[in-house]
Design a protein around this ligand. Sequence first.
Ligand SMILES: Nc1ncnc2c1ncn2[C@@H]1O[C@H](COP(=O)(O)OP(=O)(O)O)[C@@H](O)[C@H]1O
Ligand SMILES: [Mg+2]
Length: 398
Amino acid sequence: MGNPFSRLNLVYNPFEPAGSGAPVSGALWVPERWRQPLQDFIDAMEYTRGPKAYAILGGYGSGKTYLLRWLERVEFPKRRIRAFYFDNPGAQFYDLANSLLRQIGREEFAKSLWEFLNPQLPGFQMSLFGNPFREWLRTVKKYRRQDEAIRLLAEKIAERQIATDEEVRYKLARLIVETYDQPYFEYKDFVAGHRTSLVAEREEAPYFAAVLRSLRFTGSANAIGFLLDEFEEISLQKRLTKRQAHDYLSTMKRLIGLTEREQFWIVIAMTPQAKDITAKLEPALWERFVSHGKHEFEIPPLNDYEAVELVQHRLKSARPEEGGSDNLFPFPKELINYLREDIKSSPRRLVKVCSLAIARAASTSISGIEVPFTADYINRIQEELYPSVTSTEEGSIK
Ligand SMILES: Nc1ncnc2c1ncn2[C@@H]1O[C@H](COP(=O)(O)OP(=O)(O)O)[C@@H](O)[C@H]1O
Ligand SMILES: [Mg+2]
């Protein structure tokens, strides 16, 4: 039996049924209206002082995750910004540091830093085989030369200007030497000062800054970029306890401070409601984060032109041969006229409707679906997924 999608001139269904996140493969495309503000922001801040922080706002299914993934895979790499994507990071700075190292891998991080620092201990015979980093650590341990190794690494860390603070240099050196013996980080390395209700306006995060520099140097990158998705999860918790609010604000402050002092970018995505909560918790902090509204962007609903482009780009990625034509087949040319406004303006709804339309037409058990799809077929699909509601109910469904 042939590929069920071949009748549709496709190799697979390019629309994910859940209508969430970015596809695993294929080039990512974003509308000009989304791309421009982000590129302008990076252009403006690349050589300017001030917070390199940006907020992407949008309702559920508006394309926030997709836009962050585009930054991660397309725009940041183009500018040699090493990108890290975080889904729903915790409120604490410690959570972020921890998930960062989990993403890279503790060993990978320590090993590349060790290679970069290239510490030569006197009287050491390095084997040329196996894993030199592991060998080195084993020998250090065997002859109880940990203190000496840490001292040497700390010196190198100073030389390469990874950290100025002596304690931080020592901590980072210890992190390398204890690669296989200790957890990623210790909580106390990251807690913000004392447990007072007041958060210092410009909180320092020297250890984290040293980790960022290590990542930059070992990755030969110009900068590090953090993409924090679903930031709303934190601020939208039903009741934000005093402690959680404190952690949340303190994390924001430290992140902003880092973007000012380091080659470090941060883009967060959240719903407009979460923004309102954050802005109310501490208005001055939010204003600082988004540079008084200059560095924030709310994803607009798709217009007809963008909706057609979105569908075309997706179809193109799944055509049997390279450079397939730009047409909408198996959708009809007039697709946009057959879709309801609330469907075609929302990326999630549009993707889900297209996904089901294609899945059903490809299903071997349901035969006789006409191609290109008829207005009636498309209408049935969208009504099935998103039944029409009277205007009073509208807005209550997702
Ligand atoms: N520019 C785009 N091109 C193609 N598909 C997109 C685009 N933007 C969003 N989508 C798709 O729309 C759906 C919803 O997007 P998503 O980023 O998950 O929304 P959000 O994170 O705001 O809830 C996903 O299936 C996503 O792949
Ligand atoms: Mg999302």
